[in-house]
Design a protein around this ligand. Structure first.
Ligand SMILES: [Zn+2]
Length: 254
């Protein structure tokens, strides 16, 4: 059966209504943290947020709907875990982009290249919001329109690394990216780009790198291929979020 919510993956108000239900069911606070191009931008926070929490974010690129839909679908199926999970969730960082199926924001900016400065008020507001927090895990959910399968970035810090296992979690659900060069970077193995970050060499800082540099022990970016069927892409995003959250809870014994 085809899930009718998939046909509304660019409907921001629908997304917000579903998140409100999650917030009520899971005991999360849902607040507006910025107004952008006529849209309210939301953050959900657990009341017990403290050290070792989890940061989950989607929709900084508005044409990557498996991220926004996958994060929501995961949350809708995990009220019980969300009740005890210390977390900060940004369900959609670029609402204008989601509605207009655009990677960029209304001003033509790629928001995921703006974390190095404070020119974008709502990215600045995000940074101020998370400033007091350290996270065990940060996930930034993306898609790639050139993608031929699933791949992911693991920013190198805490061991044991999880990247190889995460690729195996996705393998039964979707093809794994076969390209060995992605965005001029060499994959360490099919589907996995594990990167050491040297901030001095970067001209623009994406969200995941900012989290890695300042806030998070483990940081991953998932990239599903946006030309594939949405249902399949959502399923992969959900499976990867699920596995990362499960492992983080296990490590922290929450
Ligand atoms: Zn993206």
């Amino acid at each position: 059966m085809v899930d009718s919510t998939l046909f509304r993956s660019h409907d921001y108000q629908h997304l917000v209504r579903r998140w409100r239900k999650v917030a009520r069911a899971a005991g999360l606070q849902m607040n507006v943290f910025a107004q952008v191009s006529g849209y309210e931008v939301f953050v959900l926070v657990s009341p017990q947020l403290g050290p070792g929490g989890i940061y989950l974010s989607a929709g900084i690129h508005g044409d990557e709907t498996a991220g926004t839909e996958g994060l929501l679908r995961w949350a809708e199926s995990n009220h019980v875990i969300l009740r005890r999970l210390p977390c900060v969730i940004f369900p959609c960082l670029n609402p204008w982009g989601l509605v207009n199926n655009s990677r960029m924001d209304a001003n033509g900016r790629d928001l995921n290249r703006t974390f190095q400065h404070d020119h974008v008020p709502h990215i600045q507001a995000l940074k101020a919001f998370i400033k007091p927090h350290r996270f065990s895990l940060a996930l930034s959910l993306h898609e790639d329109y050139d993608g031929h399968g699933l791949y992911l970035y693991e920013l190198e810090r805490r061991t044991p690394f999880w990247g190889e296992d995460l690729v195996e979690i996705a393998r039964p659900l979707m093809a794994i990216e076969g390209r060995t060069m992605i965005d001029n970077r060499r994959a360490s193995k099919a589907g996995l780009l594990r990167r050491k970050i040297n901030a001095k060499k970067l001209q623009a800082i994406p969200e995941a790198v900012y989290l890695h540099l300042h806030h998070a022990e483990r940081t991953f970016t998932f990239e599903t291929p946006s030309e594939f069927a949405l249902e399949d892409r959502v399923r992969v995003q959900v499976a990867l979020i699920d596995e990362c959250v499960r492992r983080t809870l296990e490590e922290a014994r929450i």
